[in-house]
Design a protein around this ligand. Structure first.
Ligand code: ADP
Ligand code: MG
Length: 699
């Protein structure tokens, strides 16, 4: 038996339970073992019945004498029983759990954990958990110890997880520890870094002897996770460094002049952070080693133009570039922006996405000729992230830009290589990653940081609007539209993203739109944008909004990433409490993109203190990095970085806030690479392979 055993082999597990487990991606014993509790309940004190005190939480053990259903006047069902041990007896009371009578029979021995309660002069016991036992010395699972509390998901109870995981630890990890939970790391590392053994860590994280050990276990497993991540970045980096097969671009006098000319003729002066990033990129592009650089900059900091400059340099060297955005709308936007920037230049730009092939200059691409066939003369091809998945043949691609991507594109690079390309890669993100974290966890990347906004930008004034001021807010906006021709985004509240829910949010958005159009802003021109609007239409709406054919754009959180409409200066976010901080920041980043003062109004129906605190913090903070750090402290990285939209690191157990452990594991990786090879540590090698697979499949 080993840990790759499929979950179906778990004894006594119903088909339905198996299905639910698979639903949350628990397919084998190993994955189940890696489902961790988030806290423990302390039931470790075992008391004789005679010494019970009112109010205490304890475990008692004894023989069940009788059990019956009682009906109270209000129809409430009470299950009442008596339990006896050598010292005395006590009433057990459950509320509304009639099925217990089918499970518990008098004469059985039980271990029960719960609370002692006084009812009229006598004590009763309200059990929360119980084990049916054969004798009093037997090990219990749900009582008489620190018991693990697991997150309950998809109708799977904490109790069920406890039972199944206990079974794994008892039956498959104990006798066979050596086979199953083999140590991941070489001995010199566990020793040097003072780590609990792998097998002890798994046992103690699920069924800890004490909280101290539980903590050590968690630390050990978090260490493993961080170790694997950093090992993988270091190995990628090492391989990358060995490679010297890229195309070194040359900086001829002529191309230098052209570049300078382009930068000089931009409609604005580059910020010094943009200049610095551009220099760093250009310097990478001149090396034979293919560039692998992350360009990080807050929303609106001006990453696009930096990437455009790099693409132009690629062109000056006779190479094509690919520019990939996460959505078709964004691809179209980039297409328009860059077309404008390069209007005066000999630099041909094409748009190639699933539904927008037709935007490609028709003169060049006749109906039957797609990009592949006529080996086009385009110097820059803009598309979505799927661009390289398409069956297109690109020749002479010197540079690939991936916009709004938070992970380095291992997959993309492999794909490009399949096509015989080994271009320079530039990945861009607005997701603020604390620099220390980025450097350690993304060790494979070089990072350029745009840490300032273009001159003259005013931070967006953000207000949390109390309910009673909603109408006044609308009135203020009406005035602003009338007096300044202000343009407004109204963001509808977030509704969970699943198929059914998309429909719901579309419905909600439509309803909101109608209300706004007829009741609130009848005198203005409104447009509606949501997930079910066809791409072409979306583009037309965005384009029309940009040229001020609309005053107000009502939208779902669709507009979150990357949209650039500098003339829009007001945003209302409805149901602001439903958005995460990172998302709010992205949304707000759609305004404040010009020299005009912008305003963001947060409307919320929720009055929860912690939500209000969060929104107030957001209202007074404009820096993405500060928001990320605050979020990191409040919720931990799983939540902050773990959602799909912004997701890049899906940590199971480690915390990005734990800088000490990150540093410790980084040291361990360095030590490991100096003294060992992956090949020589069998278990690590397999786990590493699995690790990479899951990483890649998420990409
Ligand atoms: P992001 O970094 O969020 O992708 P964009 O590249 O879309 O930001 O740029 C945001 C806006 O700022 C665009 O309208 C762009 O034209 C403008 N912009 C970029 N750089 C500057 C600059 N140095 N000075 C003034 N405006 C700039
Ligand atoms: Mg952008």
């Amino acid at each position: 038996m080993n840990l790759a055993t499929p979950i179906e082999k778990l004894p006594g597990t119903s088909f339905l339970t198996l299905k639910k487990l698979k639903n949350i991606e628990i397919n084998n014993y190993w994955e189940l073992l890696n489902y961790f509790p988030f806290r423990y309940e302390n039931y470790s004190i075992v008391s004789p019945i005679s010494s019970l005190q009112n109010g205490e939480t304890v475990t008692i053990k004894g023989k069940l004498i009788e059990i019956e259903n009682l009906y109270s006047k209000r129809g409430l069902k009470i299950q009442k029983a008596k339990l006896a041990d050598a010292s005395g007896q006590i009433d057990l009371i459950w509320y509304n759990q009639p099925y217990l009578l089918r499970v518990l029979k008098s004469g059985m021995y039980l271990s029960l954990a719960g609370e002692v309660k006084g009812f009229f002069h006598s004590l009763s016991f309200v059990p929360k958990e119980f084990d049916i036992i054969r004798d009093f010395g037997q090990e219990t699972i749900h009582t008489g110890r620190l018991i693990p509390i697991y997150p309950e998901k998809k109708g799977l109870s904490a109790k069920l997880f406890r039972e199944k995981i206990h079974y794994l630890i008892e039956h498959h990890c104990k006798g066979n520890y050596q086979d199953n939970l083999e140590e991941l790391l070489p001995h010199d590392i566990t020793k040097k870094f003072d780590l609990l053994s792998e097998s002890a860590a798994y046992k103690q994280i699920h069924f800890p002897r004490n909280l101290q050990l539980a903590k050590q276990a968690r630390e050990r497993l978090a260490f493993d996770e961080l170790f694997l991540i950093q090992l993988s970045s270091q190995i990628v980096r090492r391989d990358w460094e060995k490679e010297n097969v890229g195309n070194a671009f040359k900086m001829e006098t002529q191309s230098l002049a052209s570049l300078q000319d382009f930068i000089k003729n931009l409609p604005f002066e580059l910020t010094s952070a943009q200049k610095r990033s551009t220099r760093e990129i250009i310097s990478d592009l001149r090396k034979t080693k293919p560039m692998n650089r992350f360009l990080q900059g807050d929303v609106g900091s001006g990453k696009t133009v930096v990437a455009a400059t790099a693409c132009y340099f690629s062109y000056l060297n006779g190479y094509k570039s690919l520019f990939m955005a996460p959505t078709e709308i964004l691809a179209y936007q980039h297409y328009q922006t860059l077309k404008k920037l390069f209007a005066q230049y000999q630099f041909n730009i094409a748009l190639q996405t699933r539904t927008m092939k037709n935007f490609i200059n028709r003169k060049r691409v006749s109906k039957n000729n797609n990009v592949k066939k006529n080996k086009i003369n385009y110097d820059l091809i803009i598309g979505t992230h799927a661009l390289i998945n398409q069956n297109l043949e690109f020749d002479k691609v010197g540079l690939v830009v991936i916009d709004e991507q938070h992970r380095f594109g291992v997959v993309q690079r492999a794909k490009l290589k399949e096509k015989g390309l080994n271009p320079h890669l530039l990945t861009m993100t607005a997701t603020p990653i604390p620099r220390t974290v980025a450097l350690t966890l993304y060790g494979e990347l070089d990072i350029s940081l745009i840490d300032e906004l273009p001159q003259g930008r005013k931070s967006v004034k953000t207000y949390l609007v109390p309910k009673e001021k909603r109408q006044a807010g609308y009135q203020w906006i009406r005035k602003k539209i009338n007096s300044d021709k202000a343009q407004v985004f109204i963001i509808c509240p977030l509704i969970e993203e699943s198929d059914v829910e998309t429909m719901k949010s579309v419905k909600a958005a439509k309803k909101e739109f109608l209300k706004l159009q007829s009741d609130i802003f009848p005198q203005f021109r409104l447009a509606l944008l949501h997930g079910k609007v066809k791409t072409d239409e979306k583009n037309i709406i965005m384009r029309d909004f940009k040229v001020k054919k609309y005053d107000i754009l009502v939208a779902t959180s669709l507009v979150e990433v990357g949209i650039d409409i500098p003339s829009a200066t007001i945003m209302i976010i409805e149901g602001a409490d439903r958005f995460g901080l990172a998302q709010l920041h992205q949304l707000r980043g759609r305004i404040g993109r010009s020299e005009k003062q912008s305003y963001c109004f947060l409307y919320t129906e929720s009055g929860g203190a912690s939500i209000i605190e969060k929104l107030k913090f957001f209202a007074k903070t404009n820096s993405g990095i500060k928001i990320a750090e605050y979020d990191l402290q409040r919720r931990g990285p799983g939540e902050v970085f773990g959602t799909r939209q912004h997701g890049f690191l899906n940590l199971k157990i480690a915390s990005l806030a734990d800088l000490d452990l990150i540093e410790k594991s980084r040291q361990a990786v360095i030590h490991f690479l100096r003294n060992h090879s992956l090949k020589s540590v069998a278990n690590l090698k397999t786990r590493f392979k699995d690790y990479k697979l899951t990483q890649i499949s998420r990409d």
